[in-house]
Design a protein around this ligand. Structure first.
Ligand SMILES: CSC[C@H]1O[C@H](OP(=O)(O)O)[C@H](O)[C@@H]1O
Length: 351
């Protein structure tokens, strides 16, 4: 029987405020932070209190509600002009995940349709709630689409965290792994620790262990040897921005996994809602790659591990060309061996 898993939901709107599960201190501390100011939410996104492309988008939608409330109280009928600067600051909080700008744009379109003489909050809150529920629904749909691609007794590897914590709930890559496990198709999951921010060891391991899904944590650098062993069937990952030809930006290290997978005959599955697809981008070379602070590499848990003032490069994402991807799973359907033509077909026909 398929149990409908009630997974954690890291974003909650309650008592007219936004509550975020602080993912910087998981797995050993479960701490919720409360926000009533959109600039504080922008800072929370930048600092990765909340992270993961879809989760960032849902969070931004609620931050627009907070910004519009403030604009209405401060500027009254001029709230539409007054809200603009806060939305710009929200949009610039992280550059790669297109879900962020997509959600803010969708909320802005709603603002444009509202009367300037009434508080925008009720309508905007209803839309933010809808965006949150749409994400969970999409994740469950993708979970089944992706699980249907798996053979029985599949052994899979995942990188970073594309789980319930990276979304409004259930997860994208982990949604496929959850549904695959529920369908009896997952024998084992290998979890890359995912340096430098350790989303794998701190977040993905936590999610899978809570649900009793058999997994093993490994150092990122162990992935090649695992593939060489011949044991691995799939690499299953999320995405932060997918170009119109299928090139995919995801956590740094994904490209390396895809090259290794091609060499070892392991299949690569990208799982992402269509809100992650940037139809305006010709290819992946145009995806902005976030450069994050040096201390994420030179320190662990606040302990300095490298020489003081060591020069650091810390790109948060890399781009995997569509040619190295076997399947892009969306809530509108699966694109096998993605190409510009096949992505256009998805856009036109959907599922
Ligand atoms: C559900 S996709 C999540 C996606 O976002 C992660 O990046 P970050 O933790 O920096 O927000 C990673 O790329 C995941 O695949």
């Amino acid at each position: 029987m398929t149990r409908l898993l009630q997974t954690i939901e890291p974003i909650l709107w309650r008592d007219e405020q936004l509550h975020l599960l602080d993912q910087r201190v998981l797995p050993h501390t479960e701490k919720w932070l409360t926000y009533h100011d959109s600039d504080a939410v922008a800072e929370a996104i930048k600092l990765m209190v909340v992270r993961g492309a879809p989760a960032i988008g849902v969070t931004a939608a609620y931050a627009v509600v907070l910004a519009a409330r403030e604009a209405w109280f401060s500027a009254g009928e001029n709230w539409k002009e007054a809200v603009e600067p806060a939305l710009k600051r929200l949009t610039s909080s992280r550059p790669t995940a297109v879900n962020l700008s997509w959600a803010i744009e969708r909320m802005k379109q709603a603002c444009a349709s509202l009367s300037k003489y009434e508080s925008p909050e009720p309508v905007l809150l209803a839309l933010a709630d809808r965006i949150q529920q749409e994400d969970i629904k999409a994740n469950r749909t993708m979970g089944q689409y992706g699980a249907d691609l798996l053979d029985n007794d599949s052994i899979v590897l995942t990188h970073c965290n594309a789980g319930a914590l990276a979304t409004a709930g259930f997860g994208t890559a982990l949604g496929v792994i959850r549904q695959g496990f529920l369908d009896g198709k997952i024998e084992h999951v290998y979890v890359d620790e995912t340096r430098p921010w350790l989303q794998g060891s701190r977040l993905t391991a936590w999610e899978l262990m809570q649900e009793g899904i058999p997994m093993t944590l490994q150092a990122d650098v162990a992935a090649g040897a695992l593939m060489a062993s011949g044991r691995l069937d799939w690499v299953i990952v999320g995405a932060d921005r997918i170009a119109s030809n299928g090139d995919t930006a995801n956590k740094i290290g994904t490209y390396s996994l895809a090259v290794l997978a091609k060499y070892h005959g392991v299949k690569v599955m990208v799982v992402a809602p269509t809100t992650t697809i940037d139809w305006l981008l010709e290819n992946g070379s145009l995806i902005p790659i976030e450069q994050r602070m040096s201390s994420e590499v030179s320190e662990i848990g606040g302990h300095v591990i490298a020489p003081v003032e060591v020069p650091v490069s810390n790109p948060a994402f890399d781009v995997t060309p569509a040619s190295l991807i076997d399947a892009i799973v969306t809530e509108e359907g699966v694109v096998s061996n993605p190409s510009k033509e096949k992505m256009q077909q998805l856009k036109k026909e959907g599922k």
